[in-house]
Design a protein around this ligand. Structure first.
Ligand SMILES: Cc1cc2nc3c(=O)[nH]c(=O)nc-3n(C[C@H](O)[C@H](O)[C@H](O)COP(=O)(O)O)c2cc1C
Length: 396
């Protein structure tokens, strides 16, 4: 079976017909209407009901079409130089199809497959309004995401007559522009991009930042969607802003993209901070590459991107360990505010390891894998879900 998921705002019949003409067998067409409910990082799909998402919406009813297809075709819209929030929600919400368990692949952490096979992923996105660099950033991102999701990646290019191109996994084109600087900041607006309702690592870190910097920082939680119009309007007059977020499927959580789509070009500084579950910072490079391009698009001085991996366990740590874990992140933001620029040596330090070398990969195989995966097993047991951990709920 091949399924076409149409995630576009304007779901034109011409494009669907053009895609149909590429594939010999009939396609199942699933039109996903905006909005799909964003992932809230609750981990129920891993730890309470293995493989099953708590959300009950059109996405949930499409899971079996996804898992039982040999090919899925995703028709995506772009916005602000990246795939739009609707495309991003779709990708975030595929996380139940994988285990929390971890394996190392080419020096990077990957989630272990829940299903014995996954569909090839075929992407189409419109090039209108994209720079060449943005087009590459999107493609790099989609290929990396598909690689992690154990799918082969293809792209449909062209608008009228389409061609199917196989895509190869490759490194991100990050560090294309250098970190800039500005005056010491009287005020920095920080947008918190964590979707979590409780137990958010970002919230803990930003609380510490607020303690240290007081009213020189203003926190805005992007979960407050009713404030978006007002904040997007204020953005054009804001001298310095930072987007702070957890990494979701190698990019921003979908609601962060939803807000970013509303931003207009304006003067001022812009900076980014990603914290993530896996320890290696290369996980975040595809998003870093996008944020560099976003700064150009928004006409703002790019003050840089800080990346810190290995943060998922922060909320579970005793207070003292938690404070010392947060300390370098808080310091990086403090330096940015007080000096008007990141300390590049601090940022390099935070980003270590970039990838794992051969020695760590060997150690991981011998002991690390067992140790990390037993952490998830304990949680599954505590929830009475351990026996169901290998279930494949959507396999026909
Ligand atoms: C849907 C989803 C996707 C994620 N994708 C990644 C990823 O690609 N790489 C990574 O290192 N961590 C990933 N994480 C882990 C989060 O970045 C990490 O748990 C983070 O500390 C959560 O921060 P928060 O509590 O502030 O939301 C993902 C988490 C979720 C829920």
């Amino acid at each position: 079976m091949k399924t076409l998921f149409d995630l576009r705002v304007k779901q034109t019949e011409e494009m669907v017909e053009a895609v149909k003409s590429i594939f010999e067998e009939p396609l199942k067409i699933v039109r996903l209407e905006d909005p799909i409910t964003p992932c809230i990082g609750c981990w129920n799909c891993w730890l309470k009901t293995p493989g099953i998402c708590v959300m009950k919406d059109q996405m949930t009813t499409s899971y079996s079409d996804y898992v039982n297809s040999d090919t899925v075709i995703l028709l995506l819209d772009t916005a602000q130089g990246f795939i739009n929030h609707q495309g991003k929600v779709f990708l975030d919400r595929t996380i139940p199809h994988y285990h929390p368990y971890i394996d190392l692949v080419q020096g990077e952490c990957h989630h272990v497959a829940r299903y014995e096979r996954y569909p090839d992923m075929v992407f189409h996105y419109d090039l209108e309004g994209l720079t060449d660099q943005e087009e590459t950033v999107i493609e790099d991102y989609l290929v990396r995401m598909a690689f992690h999701f154990k799918s082969k990646a293809f792209r449909l290019v062209g608008n009228g007559s389409l061609q199917l191109q196989p895509l190869k996994n490759r490194k991100a084109n990050n560090h294309a522009i250098a970190f800039g600087s500005t005056d010491p900041m009287d005020r920095l607006v920080i947008y918190n991009g964590s979707p979590r309702r409780s137990g958010s690592n970002s919230a803990l870190i930003l609380e510490e930042v607020q303690k240290v910097l007081g009213d020189r920082v203003e926190m805005r939680d992007l979960k407050q969607e009713d404030q978006w119009e007002q904040w997007a309007e204020a953005f054009t007059g804001e001298k310095n802003v930072m987007f702070f977020m957890p990494l979701y499927v190698h990019a921003m959580p979908s609601h962060v993209m939803g807000f970013m789509e509303k931003l207009q070009a304006s003067a001022g500084g812009i900076s980014f901070f990603m914290q993530s579950g896996f320890p290696e910072s290369s996980q975040s490079h595809y998003l870093e590459a996008y944020f560099e391009q976003l700064s150009i698009r928004l006409g703002r001085t790019y003050l840089g991107t800080a990346i810190k991996g290995g943060m998922e366990s922060l909320q579970m740590r005793p207070e003292k360990a938690r404070t010392s874990m947060m300390e370098p992140l808080v310091k990086a933001i403090e330096t940015l505010v007080l000096k008007g620029e990141f300390s590049t040596s601090d940022i390099h330090q935070l980003a270590r390891p970039v990838r794992f070398g051969a020695g760590v990969q060997m150690l991981f195989k011998l002991v690390g894998k067992k140790f990390i995966n037993s952490f998830w097993d304990q949680k599954l047991k505590a929830n009475g879900a351990y026996e169901k951990r290998f279930e494949r709920p959507y396999r026909a």
